[in-house]
Unconditional design. Structure first.
Length: 262
């Protein structure tokens, strides 16, 4: 059975919302509603990244590469010893964490992505764990100084759950790094996708506005430390490609949250 999600399609002429059933491909939808042919299919996240894994590091990918640069620039001057890396993938950012932190717990949903990361990184201060962050988190090892999300939250519907579990995993004063495909890019139709022998595969995604991240995080005891946008070729006249948000978990006393400086 194919693993596809229910997905709303809006007729651009009639403005009618059609519900796509879980076993329908975009090609079938095109025939059914709009009389066009396309090879795009929407895949669930686990299947998509298992399928994508063998070519993920080899393909040209502006979003992957710019997010890696953004993460390094954003965290360069923040000190942390223990990192919970959510969405480690093939280890593209884990390599950098190895040089900066004493202990890394690297989480991913895809077994095949994790296998490639394990081949790439064999140091003793990294533990690779398969985990589903949409469920209660049982993969953490104590409290961390930093929780990082790299190109992950676009695949998550319920941000409140994510920030609640993140708060449970962080030391008071600990940081959260979020590096995501900018919602402006999503508004224009950009999504996680790749090509294989069956055509173009599109990973199931959700659009979160910038305020969605900030408000959900605030409800769970985080404050905004920094926010930055990264552009292709640093051209700020174009739509930004990557959104970076840095949060910090507030210290909580009997009188309420304390202000954190530094």
């Amino acid at each position: 059975m194919n693993n596809y999600y229910r997905h709303p399609i809006i007729d651009p002429i009639e403005k009618t919302n059609y519900t796509v059933h879980s076993n329908e491909t975009i090609m079938q939808i095109g025939r059914k509603y709009f009389n066009f042919e396309t090879q795009i299919r929407i895949m669930d996240v686990n299947l998509a990244y298992d399928t994508w894994a063998s070519q993920y590091d080899k393909n040209k990918n502006k979003t992957r590469d710019l997010e890696g640069q953004a993460m390094r620039a954003s965290l360069e001057n923040i000190r942390f010893d223990r990192v919970l890396e959510i969405g480690c993938g093939t280890g593209k950012n884990t390599i950098w964490f190895v040089e900066k932190a004493k202990q890394i717990t690297a989480i991913d949903l895809s077994d095949k992505m994790l296998a490639l990361a394990k081949e790439k990184i064999k140091t003793g201060n990294v533990q690779f764990v398969r985990g589903d962050i949409t469920r209660p988190w049982s993969f953490g090892k104590g409290l961390y100084d930093l929780v990082s999300f790299s190109l992950v939250l676009e695949h998550i519907d319920n941000l409140d759950h994510i920030f609640r579990e993140t708060s449970k995993s962080l030391q008071p004063g600990g940081y959260v790094y979020i590096g995501e495909l900018h919602p402006f890019k999503q508004y224009s139709g950009t999504k996680a996708r790749f090509d294989n022998e069956e055509g173009q595969q599109e990973v199931n995604c959700f659009i979160h506005n910038i305020s969605d991240f900030i408000q959900s995080a605030r409800k769970c005891g985080f404050r905004l430390v920094d926010m930055e946008e990264y552009f292709d070729n640093n051209d700020r006249n174009e739509i930004p490609r990557i959104l970076v948000i840095i949060l910090r978990k507030e210290f909580v006393s009997k009188n309420g949250p304390d202000t954190i400086t530094g």
